[in-house]
Ligand binder design. Structure first.
Ligand SMILES: [Ca+2]
Ligand SMILES: [Ca+2]
Length: 124
């Protein structure tokens, strides 16, 4: 009985490991900002929209991610993500499709080092 339960738990963990927000690892199901181009420097991994990046930090540091992102990954299967230059989805933005990686934000409307909030949109 105990062995069967342990097997069941192990089987679940092996097939359905959930993403953990703010653990410094950009997992499937998360939206991740990076401090430098090409996913280098600090990382912050989000689950869900966030109206203010000032209280989010590059993993393992006390440095705010606000106006500090230069690349990103949208690993959310079911939603696009808009990155905004103002709080709570205001200002200018760029939209990033599900499961797309963006190694350099400078050519985009939002630009480098301009992120203040993000919103999930067009969720299926
Ligand atoms: Ca994570
Ligand atoms: Ca926040």
């Amino acid at each position: 009985m105990i062995a069967a339960a342990a097997l069941a738990i192990a089987g679940f963990a092996g097939t359905a490991s959930a993403a953990t927000e703010d653990n410094g690892v950009c997992e499937l199901g998360e939206f991740c900002l990076y401090q430098h181009d090409d996913y280098k420097g600090g990382v912050h991994d989000f689950i869900g929209s966030d109206p203010n990046h000032y209280n989010d930090y590059w993993y393992g540091t006390t440095a705010s991610v606000q106006k500090g992102a230069s690349s990103l990954k949208n690993r959310v299967r079911s939603c696009s993500v808009r990155l905004w230059s103002g709080a709570s989805g205001t200002g200018r933005f760029s939209g990033f499709d599900p499961l797309t990686w963006t190694p350099d934000l400078s050519p985009w409307n939002i630009g480098d080092n301009s992120n203040v909030s993000h919103t999930y949109v067009y969720c299926s």
